[in-house]
Design a protein around this ligand. Structure first.
Ligand code: C2E
Ligand code: MG
Ligand code: MG
Ligand code: MG
Length: 287
């Protein structure tokens, strides 16, 4: 009976697994076509400079306008892209589109630095620097208007290669930011070894969790101070309340980003948002 039950379980499982695998393969095929057909879109989340609270930049965040399933967040398709070697083609599209948009905004009198997220596989393909420079050339955008965001995990695979490529980007005038700093077991040595100019402090710290409020504030203050000593400016990610924004400013963060300031939004909405002048923290945000 046990054996029969086991076999039944296997039989009950196999079609499901097969369907899941097929769905993944289908999704990968669809994603490749989506990149080619222009179904990917970028939303932009404003970044404020502190303490002025002027909007000086945006982070470009990819979404997939799926014909049947609607607007999909990155967590719904980036894992598939990674499994099927689509991260580099996707990143190339993101780089092209974000730089094109930044140049269009610049021409409209809205100078915003655009942040773009890069994945570990892009370091291993070895084309990152060329892809970035090609996108800047095509858009006619100055390298100083682009920030490449890398995470600690994306660097971990092959730190030497990642460091070399980040150094090349910076030599060419493109800033490099460490994303999600403090989300895992962040190593302080990264701050001194990775060629970077901006440290994006993860929202798990910026949330100042109950019961660990003072410790978190002390940790952020220490990271900000260490960054300053190394010529690195800090950005508070995931700022969701007015109080968190105040704290980020008080602790010496140079930038802030989060739902309290604005959610990621389509490019046309962002231009309207900036033009409206959104009052925040007693001041008015004007680009
Ligand atoms: P990330 O680079 O750390 O981007 C910030 C994420 O936090 C975004 O989620 C943003 O919508 C969200 N966020 C911003 N402010 C707040 C806040 O106040 N509270 C909360 N709870 N969340 C906030 P999103 O757009 O879903 O992107 C998730 C992740 O997907 C990104 O994290 C990044 O790692 C990845 N990603 C997004 N776009 C791209 C891309 O074009 N290429 C690559 N390689 N990865 C991307
Ligand atoms: Mg990011
Ligand atoms: Mg982040
Ligand atoms: Mg994140």
């Amino acid at each position: 009976a046990a054996k029969a039950g086991g076999r039944n379980r296997v039989e009950a499982f196999t079609p499901e697994l097969r369907i899941a695998a097929e769905q993944k393969a289908t999704l990968a095929g669809e994603l490749l076509r989506a990149i080619e057909r222009g179904e990917l879109v970028l939303h932009y989340q404003p970044v404020l400079q502190l303490p002025s609270r002027r909007c000086t930049g945006v982070e470009a965040l990819v979404r997939w306008q799926h014909p049947e399933r609607g607007l999909l967040p990155p967590c719904d398709f980036l894992p598939t892209a990674e499994q099927h070697d689509l991260m580099t083609p996707l990143a190339r599209w993101v780089l092209r589109e974000a730089t094109r948009q930044a140049a269009a905004w610049r021409d409209a009198g809205l100078a915003l630095v655009a942040g773009v997220n890069i994945n570990a596989t892009h370091f291993s393909t070895g084309t990152l620097v060329d892809d970035v420079m090609d996108a800047l050339d095509a858009a006619g955008l100055d390298p100083s208007q682009l920030i490449v965001e890398v995470t600690e995990t994306s660097v971990a695979d092959d730190p030497e290669r990642a460091v070399a490529q980040c150094a090349q980007l910076r030599r060419r005038g493109v800033e490099v930011a460490i994303d999600d700093f403090g989300s895992g077991f962040s190593s302080l040595s990264q701050l001194v070894t990775l060629p970077t100019g901006i440290l994006k402090i993860d929202r798990s710290l910026v949330a100042f969790p109950d019961g660990r409020r003072e410790q978190t504030a002390a940790a952020i203050a220490a990271v900000v101070a260490l960054g300053k000593a190394c010529g690195i400016r800090s950005l508070a990610e995931g700022v969701e309340t007015a109080e968190q924004l105040e704290l980020a400013a008080d602790l010496g963060c140079s930038f802030a980003q989060g739902f309290h300031i604005a959610r990621p939004m389509p490019a046309d909405e962002l231009a309207a948002w900036a033009a409206r002048g959104v009052p925040l923290g007693g001041t008015t945000v004007l680009a």
